[in-house]
Design a protein around this ligand. Structure first.
Ligand code: GDP
Ligand code: MG
Length: 182
């Protein structure tokens, strides 16, 4: 039944991070429920839409922006970031250099996009491919918490696109942060 008092929001959410950290896999898993070993790295930007029923009165349409073939530069243009409401930064727990890359991505976001009230957009850090490192990957929970505090991520999650671990949870968390800012 259609109701007048349903709020329907559309939010642009960026998914950035170094090459092959699992950005596309994460989006495909979350939006289409699938995992495959190989996704074509088409150059440009890909979009995916996920509709979330947050509660009886709130619908959120997440427009997920996947970068393709531009990761090696470690930054994107202002046009790409324009009007984003939130972002995920992804690293690969099997490759420590991609964790180093996280700082550069966060700085890039913070220098190029702001909320209407001039505050930085909420950004969530995703430690992906934890299925490959069941005994840990060199950062403790406490170290990750401190890293997030220092670099102003609003939270982090260990994820696996392969095993479907924490991706929906991370998206819900980010959406709640976005709703709190709006
Ligand atoms: P992107 O360049 O960041 O978009 O990375 P892709 O999504 O193309 O993934 C790169 C490779 O990592 C592919 O071979 C994926 O199958 C693999 N991959 C992505 N996520 C996971 C994961 O959670 N676990 C495992 N084991 N492999 C993953
Ligand atoms: Mg990709």
């Amino acid at each position: 039944e259609l109701s007048d008092d349903v709020n329907d929001y559309l939010y642009k959410v960026l998914v950035v991070g170094d090459l092959a950290t699992g950005k596309t896999s994460m989006i495909k898993r979350y939006v289409h429920g699938i995992f495959s070993r190989q996704y074509k790295a088409t150059i440009g930007v890909d979009f995916a839409l996920k509709v979330m029923n947050v509660n009886e009165k709130t619908i959120v349409r997440l427009q997920l922006w996947d970068i393709a073939g531009q990761e090696r530069y470690g930054n994107m243009t202002r046009v790409y970031y324009k009007e984003a409401a939130g972002a995920f930064v992804v690293f690969d727990v099997t490759r420590p250099e991609t964790f180093e890359g996280v700082k550069k991505w966060k700085q890039d976001i913070d220098s190029k996009v702001f909320l209407p009230n001039k505050k930085p957009i909420p950004v969530v850090l995703l430690a992906n491919k934890v299925d490959l490192k069941p005994d840990g990957w060199g950062q403790t929970t406490q170290q990750m918490d401190e890293f997030c505090k220092e670099h102003r991520f609003c939270g982090w999650f260990p994820t696996s696109a392969k095993e479907n671990l924490n991706i929906g949870t991370a998206a819900k968390f980010l959406v709640n942060q976005i709703l709190n800012e709006n």
